[in-house]
Design a protein around this ligand. Sequence first.
Ligand code: PLP
Length: 422
Amino acid sequence: MNEFKEILRETEISANSTFDVSSIRNDFPILQTLVRGKPLIYLDNAATTQKPQAVIDKITDYYTSGNSNIHRGVHLLSQKATKEYEDSRKTIQQFIGAAHPEEIIFTRGTTESINLIASAWGRQNIGPGDEIIISHMEHHSNIVPWQMLCKEKGAGLRIIPINDDGELIYDEYLRLINEKTKLVSVVHVSNSLGTVNPVKDIIREAHKYNIPVIVDGAQSIQHLEVDVKDLDCDFFAFSGHKIYGPTGIGVLYGKKQFLEEMPPYQGGGDMIASVSFEDTTFNELPYKFEAGTPNIAGAIALAEAVKYLNNIGIARIAKYESGLLDYAIDAIGPVSGIRLIGTARNKSSTCSFVLDGVHPHDIGTMLDVDGIAVRTGHHCTEPVMKRYGVPATTRASIAFYNTKEEINVLVKSIEKVIKMFS
Ligand code: PLP
């Protein structure tokens, strides 16, 4: 434990006055946990992030003193819960720069957001012979819904290839666009490579031909400043749990004109204006897309996470994380036998690697002995693994509560693994 205290003290000294990591770490109770007797070093932030006390308290407070169903109650608790839920929508709207609160649809997460678009917009707008462009570095949740839609409609999926560094080959994207292209759906930041894609350019190019663009923001929203108006994306999807909020809540942003024209995704309570056995008229936005009782506590706690981040400032977080990622890459890259997977010039958060002769699962298991949590596997990006000819990678993904000292411990632990297997 003393070693860890020493690490934190060093961090405090090294943290510049505008970014006090040790004070930030105090906001995250789980970071005090010991794993197998060692201080937890949590480097699995691309899978899910840890929660600050403010978010945990918000959930407890809601269920302790505010729990009620929303929208239809005349009693005080229901009105209070409704207000908090709708205020949360406004917090998210402002956070991503959306023009209207009704452009924010609460979903279960990125996966559901993309499935919503595929089901509601896709079924209406994709037909035989049409083409949908995605990239080679998509998460399965931005591949499979489109594959299913294409099979159903007789449409085709076109893939923007990536180079050896894990960057999109932009000229190939330009070549893929043609009169059959009906949609472009791309990831903002790759979860397995860390590549930050030039989504603004991708959107501008698609819009020249009136092609709508979806941005999968699951790995960007927590690391970069996102302004959907500035990006001019037509849809943007993200998950609450990757931005220090709870699981089971996420967001679909859609431009009002698209959402207005789309049919509902699911039928049920709240998404209707009136129902008879003969017919149903649908509710207005955003309720048309929020059938049934939503994750009220989740939405409220997600807004709390956003407020927490806003207090620190995403720009400052991005700057700190960028320095830390460079440090990690410089420390891990040169270790003998390591091959970095994903060496794009513009990267965020993620350092994936393979080690000669050692399976990533063995690496992950051995790092766990030292209290280090990393992810090993294909990271739901099997085509990326195939592209690099590896079955899996070890992925260390950082957040703004991580420190250089934690990276040093990681490197030492990797070196131990190498010694053990050589
Ligand atoms: N897209 C990307 C880039 C991701 O990294 C993830 C999750 O890791 C998803 C989509 C799916 O997110 P969720 O499982 O929260 O729906």
